[in-house]
Design a protein around this ligand. Structure first.
Ligand code: C2E
Ligand code: MG
Ligand code: MG
Length: 709
C-alpha cells in the first residue's frame, strides 16, 4: 500500500529506550527519528510529520499524554497514529493513554514481535485512512471540475445553431438535447425527453430502427441527409441531419445534429428560379426551354412520337422599343406572352429565348396540324391592338415551324431550322408562319456565305462604281450621272446590286458600304473638276438604314469639305418607300442636307403608296419615274396616263422629273412630248465603268445629239 519506507518518531527522555526502539525497528526497514522531549517531538512533527509516533508517557518537561492531546487536537497532525510506551501495566494507566488520544499502548520492556505487529497494523490503518482522505479530496475536486466542464459543455451545446439530439439505441427515445433542439422542434425539453425520432420525422418507427442500426453498424455514420422534421405545430421543416453512433458503456447512443435549412432551400429555389425563368415574363428561359425540348425529344424517340417547335419573333419590336421606350417594350412582351399562353394547351411548353423571341413545344398526335392551329390562333390573337401606357399598338409576329423527327433529330438543329423558317416568314412580308423546308437551309447557307463574302468585299475593296448618264431632253446634253454600285466577287464575276444590296441592308453593312460610295463619288467629282470633264453632278443611292443608323449629314458634310466639292454637285436618291418609313427623322436630315445645297430626288417614284400631295411635306427637288411605268409607256394607256399625271403634278410642285429605263426612241418621243425634263436609260447608255464613261463624255455631245435626232 505504501511505496516509501515509513517514518517513525521516537519521543523518549531515556537514551537507552530510544536506542532500543531504534534497534528493534531498523531491521524492518523503518526510518526512525529520535527526540528526547515532548517539546522537541512537537517541533519535529511540525517540521515534517512522521507516519507514526512512539511516545514515552513519563517525561520531565511535558508528559506523553499532553503531547498526544496536542497532536490529536490539531487537524494537521490528528491522523498520525500514536503508540504510548509505558512501564505501567495497570488498566487505569492504559485507559489514560487511550483517552489522551493514543491509538495503542506498549508496555516496557518491549516485546519485539509485539512492537512490530502493532507498528505495522497502525501504519496500515494510517495508510488506509490517508488514502481515503486523499481519495475523497480528489473525487471532490474531480466532481467540481466535471461539473464545470459539463456546464461549459451545456452552454456550448445550447449556443450552437444546430439542434443536437441524443437517441438511445435500445429505446429509440431521446436521452439528451440542446436548446436549439427545443426551439427547432417547438417542444420543451421535458416533452422531448418523452419522445423519439419517430415522433418528429415523417418516417415509420421501423424505418427509424433501421436507420439507427445502420449507423451503429458503421454504415450511416456522418452521412448527411436532407429530411423533413415535423414540428409540434405540425409544420414540416426542411433539415439537414448528420448522425453518428457512440458507445457509452454497454449502450449505444446515436447523436443526430440537425440543421434548419429553410433559408438555404429558399435561396436554392430563388437561384433555380433565376437560372431557369425569365424575370420579365415568368416564362422558362432559353436554358430551361432547351432542357425541356431535349427531354421531350428523348421521350418522343421512345414512343415514336412527333414534336413540333414554333419559333416566334415579334415584328418591328425594335421600333416599339426605340419610339415608345423600353418600359413600354417590356409591357408589350408581357402582354404578348399572356396572349401566347392563351393559344396553348396545358401540355405544350413555352419559353422566352431572349429579346422578342419566343418558342413553343407541341407534343400532339398530329403536331403539324397543332402547329398550324397555334400559329393561326396567335396571329389572330395579335389582330387586337395592345394597350400600352394608354396607347394602342398593333404588333404582329412571324412564326417558323420545324418538326421532329422529320426535319431534325436534335433540339439545337430543330430550333435552328424553326428560326430559319421564321426568317423566311419575315422575308415573305411578316405576320405569317412558315414550315421549315430543306430548301430554306440551302438558301440560308447561301445567304450566310454571301454575308461573309460581303464583309470581305468591304475590306478587300472589291466594290467599284459604274456611272449612267442622265440626259436633258431639251438640249440633248449629259447633265449628270448616277453612280451605281458593282461588286466584282472573286469567282463569281460582277454581281448585280439587286442581289447584294438587300443583304447589305439586312446585316447592317449598308452603312459602311454607303459611306464608301459617297467617299468614292466625292473623290471622283474632285478629280473630274480639274480634268476636261469639269463640274459634273453625280447622284448616289441612299438606303434607308443610312438615315437611321449613321450620321448621314455629318458624313456627307465631312467628305464634301475634305474634297473641296461644292454641295450642288452631289445628288441623293432615296426610294419613295424609304422616304415614307421614318418620316420625322428623315425629313429633318433631308432639310439639313438641302440647306447645305445638296439635290434630293425620289427614286422609283410611283411604286410606293404616297400621294403626290404628301410629297409637299418632303424637301425634295426631283422625281424619278420608275422603270415599271416607262417600259410599256407606248403600249399601255394606263402607264401613259400615270406618267402624264406624275409629270404634271411634279411640275405643279416645282419639281424636276426624270424618267428611268428609257430604251427606245418611241419612249423618248413620248416623254419629250409630255414635257419630261430628263431621261436615263439604255437608249443613251448603260451604266459604264469609269474609263468608258469618260470616253463617252469626251465625244458625248455628238452621241447625245445623234440619239435625240
Ligand atoms: P435604281 O437606283 O433605280 O437604279 C436604276 C437601275 O436601273 C440600275 O440597275 C440600272 O442599271 C437600271 N437601268 C438603267 N437604265 C435601264 C434601262 O434602260 N433598262 C433596264 N432594264 N434597266 C435600266 P442596277 O445598277 O442593277 O441597280 C439596281 C438598284 O440597286 C438601284 O436601282 C438602286 O436602288 C440599287 N443601288 C445601286 N447602287 C446602289 C448604291 O450605291 N447604294 C444603294 N443604297 N443602292 C444602290
Ligand atoms: Mg437610283
Ligand atoms: Mg430607280
Amino acid at each position: 500500500m505504501r511505496h516509501r519506507a515509513a517514518t517513525i518518531l521516537i519521543v523518549d527522555d531515556q537514551p537507552v529506550n530510544r536506542r532500543l526502539l531504534e534497534a528493534l525497528l531498523a531491521p524492518e526497514g523503518y526510518i526512525t527519528w529520535s527526540v528526547a522531549s515532548g517539546r522537541e517531538g512537537l517541533a519535529r512533527i511540525a517540521l515534517e510529520p512522521p507516519d507514526l509516533v512512539l511516545l514515552d508517557v513519563m517525561m520531565p518537561d511535558m508528559d506523553g499524554h499532553t503531547v498526544a492531546r496536542l497532536l490529536k487536537s490539531n487537524p494537521v497532525t490528528s491522523s498520525i497514529p500514536i503508540i504510548m510506551v509505558t512501564a505501567m501495566v495497570d488498566r487505569q494507566a492504559r485507559l489514560a493513554s487511550l483517552e489522551a488520544g493514543a491509538e495503542d499502548v506498549l508496555t516496557l520492556p518491549v516485546d519485539r514481535t509485539e512492537l512490530w505487529l502493532r507498528v505495522r497494523n497502525l501504519l496500515r490503518l494510517k495508510a488506509l485512512s490517508d488514502f481515503q482522505r486523499n481519495h475523497g479530496a480528489i473525487l471532490e475536486k474531480e466532481v467540481r471540475t466535471r461539473t464545470a466542464d459539463l456546464q461549459r459543455f451545456r452552454t456550448a451545446m445550447d449556443a450552437t445553431a444546430d439542434g443536437i439530439f441524443l437517441i438511445d439505441r435500445a429505446t429509440l427515445r431521446f436521452v439528451e438535447l440542446n436548446a436549439t433542439a427545443c426551439s427547432l422542434s417547438g417542444y420543451t425539453r421535458e416533452e422531448l425527453l418523452r419522445l423519439g425520432p419517430g415522433d418528429l420525422g415523417s418516417g415509420e418507427p421501423d424505418a427509424v430502427r433501421v436507420i439507427v442500426e445502420d449507423i451503429v453498424g458503421g454504415h450511416g455514420a456522418h452521412r448527411l441527409a436532407d429530411i423533413l422534421l415535423r414540428r409540434k405545430d405540425g409544420v414540416m421543416v426542411p433539415v439537414e441531419v448528420t448522425r453518428s453512433a457512440h458507445r457509452f458503456g454497454d449502450t449505444w447512443v446515436v447523436v443526430a445534429v440537425v440543421r434548419d435549412i429553410t433559408e438555404r432551400k429558399k435561396a436554392e429555389r430563388r437561384l433555380h428560379q433565376m437560372a431557369h425563368y425569365d424575370a420579365l415574363t415568368g416564362l422558362p428561359n432559353r436554358a430551361l426551354f432547351y432542357e425541356v425540348l431535349r427531354k421531350t425529344i428523348v421521350q418522343a424517340s421512345d414512343g415514336r412520337g412527333q414534336v413540333a417547335v414554333l419559333f416566334i419573333d415579334l415584328d418591328h419590336f425594335k421600333k416599339v422599343n426605340d419610339t415608345l421606350g423600353h418600359a413600354v417594350g417590356d409591357q408589350l412582351l408581357v402582354q404578348f406572352s399572356d396572349r401566347l399562353w392563351g393559344c396553348l394547351q396545358l401540355r405544350d411548353a413555352v419559353g422566352r429565348l431572349g429579346g422578342d423571341e419566343f418558342a413553343v413545344i407541341l407534343v400532339r398526335d398530329d403536331p403539324q396540324a397543332g402547329a398550324v392551329a397555334v400559329a393561326h390562333a396567335l396571329l389572330e390573337a395579335l389582330r387586337q391592338p395592345f394597350v400600352l401606357g394608354g396607347r394602342s399598338v398593333v404588333s404582329t409576329a412571324s412564326i417558323g415551324i420545324s418538326v421532329y423527327p422529320n426535319d431534325a433529330a436534335t433540339a439545337e438543329q430543330l430550333m435552328q431550322y424553326a428560326d430559319t423558317a421564321m426568317y423566311q416568314a419575315k422575308q415573305g412580308g411578316r405576320n405569317a408562319s412558315r414550315f421549315f423546308t430543306p430548301q430554306m437551309n440551302a438558301d440560308a447557307l447561301t445567304r450566310l456565305e454571301l454575308e461573309m463574302a460581303l464583309r470581305q468585299a468591304l475590306e478587300h475593296e472589291e466594290f467599284e462604281l459604274h456611272y449612267q448618264p442622265k440626259v436633258e431632253i431639251a438640249s440633248g446634253r449629259v447633265v449628270g450621272v448616277e453612280a451605281l454600285l458593282r461588286w466584282n466577287r472573286p469567282g463569281h464575276g460582277v454581281v448585280s446590286p439587286a442581289e447584294f444590296i438587300p443583304v447589305l441592308e439586312d446585316c447592317g453593312l449598308i452603312v459602311r458600304a454607303g459611306d464608301w460610295v459617297i467617299a468614292a463619288v466625292c473623290r471622283q467629282i474632285r478629280l473630274w473638276r480639274t480634268s476636261p470633264v469639269g463640274d459634273l453632278p453625280v447622284a448616289v443611292n441612299i438606303a434607308q438604314r443610312q438615315f437611321v443608323d449613321g450620321d448621314l449629314e455629318a458624313t456627307i458634310a465631312g467628305l464634301l469639305d475634305h474634297n473641296g466639292v461644292p454641295a450642288h454637285l452631289l445628288e441623293l436618291e432615296l426610294t419613295e418607300s424609304s422616304l415614307m418609313a421614318n418620316t420625322a427623322h428623315t425629313v429633318s436630315v433631308l432639310q439639313g442636307l438641302r440647306r447645305r445645297g445638296l439635290q434630293i430626288s425620289v427614286d422609283d417614284f410611283g411604286t410606293g403608296y404616297s400621294s403626290l400631295a404628301y410629297l409637299r411635306r418632303f424637301p425634295v427637288d426631283k422625281l424619278k419615274i420608275d422603270i415599271d411605268f416607262i417600259r410599256d409607256i407606248t403600249t399601255r394607256p394606263d402607264d401613259a396616263a400615270i406618267t402624264l399625271a406624275i409629270i404634271g403634278l411634279a411640275h405643279s410642285l416645282k419639281l424636276e422629273v426624270i424618267a428611268e429605263g428609257v430604251e427606245t426612241a418611241a419612249q423618248l418621243a413620248f416623254l419629250r412630248q409630255q414635257g419630261c425634263d430628263q431621261v436615263q436609260g439604255y437608249y443613251f447608255s448603260r451604266p459604264l465603268p469609269l474609263a468608258a464613261l469618260e470616253a463617252l463624255l469626251h465625244d458625248g455631245r455628238g452621241i447625245a445629239r445623234l440619239a435625240l435626232a
